[in-house]
Write a protein that binds this ligand. Structure first.
Ligand code: 5RP
Length: 271
């Protein structure tokens, strides 16, 4: 691996632990002002110290994240669709590699919609981005998107998607956790991070999801709503981080969550 590519990969996957905590904040690219990220700067700023990378679009990056924060960025570079449009799968590449380099990104991210009528187009978008990434030393995060069809998230389908992304040269694959997740990780030669999906009922559910994914071969998370839609986002990201990087068990992470939550409550009461 060339130095630039290796250096950028190390900004995403911590070489000391071999793991990654990515914070996904890109939802607005097709959902608009999603609940609890209506004002991105307010959501992002307190979480920055606890994320190895933030994943978002260039518009939110330029307007809502200070360059002095030194955040490592995985830039969402696919889009061109909206939740109210005719086809969520009809994505194109929205951002040039030149602009991504100008933003000093650690990587770029793009969705593919396998099994949809836009399968070929989105896979060729991914392949083109990998070609550009290889040329400039920029890792590509391939995201196995399911659009509105959340029920598609089983091991058979996700193994197919992850393997195809890896075969096309994707440097890191982002997918969903599912039953028999090990089948997905063992058949994908590229490292896998998991999305959180819609907000889960309890914090323990989030910790168990994270723990099980890591135990079954994921290198980390690229999680959004289960962090910033929680009432205590700093407490939950710190607990998730402790599972990913320190190997804490769900119950230990829950204790950390409660401790940090109570610190925040005390600070708020004294403010
Ligand atoms: C959308 C995405 C999101 O970033 C992804 O779904 C992660 O966020 P969440 O944990 O909220 O699911 O890639 O395609």
């Amino acid at each position: 691996m060339d130095w630039g590519m290796a250096n950028r990969m190390a900004r995403i996957i911590n070489p000391k632990t071999g793991k990654a905590v990515m914070l996904a904040l890109d939802h607005g690219y097709f959902l608009g002002p999603t609940h609890r990220i209506e004002e991105p700067r307010k959501t992002i700023t307190p979480l920055l110290p606890y994320a190895d990378t933030i994943m978002l679009t260039r518009g939110v990056l330029r307007n809502c994240v200070d360059p002095e924060s030194c955040a490592n960025v995985v830039l969402r570079v696919s889009g061109g669709v909206s939740i109210v449009g005719p086809a969520l799968e009809d994505e194109g590449i929205t951002t040039s590699i030149k602009d991504a380099l100008r933003l000093n990104v650690a990587g770029v991210g793009i969705s593919v919609f396998i099994g949809s009528s836009h399968e070929r187009q989105t896979l060729l978008n991914l392949a083109e981005l990998v070609n550009q990434g290889q040329e400039y030393g920029v890792p590509v995060l391939g995201i196995t998107a399911v659009g509105k069809e959340l029920e598609k998230r089983d091991a058979r389908y996700l193994s197919l998607c992850c393997r195809i992304c890896a075969e096309l040269g994707t440097h890191i694959v982002k997918t969903y956790y599912c039953e028999d997740f090990e089948k997905v990780t063992t058949s994908c030669p590229a490292p896998i991070v998991i999305a959180g999906g819609p907000k889960l009922e309890t914090e323990m559910d989030v910790f168990e999801l994270t723990y099980n994914a890591i135990q079954q071969g994921a290198v980390g998370v690229d999680m959004g709503r289960n962090i910033w839609q929680n009432d205590y986002p700093v407490a939950i990201i710190r607990a998730i981080r402790s599972i990913v990087h320190e190997g804490l068990k769900p119950k230990q992470a829950h204790k950390l969550f409660l401790d940090v939550k109570s610190e925040h409550e005390k600070a708020a009461a004294n403010a």
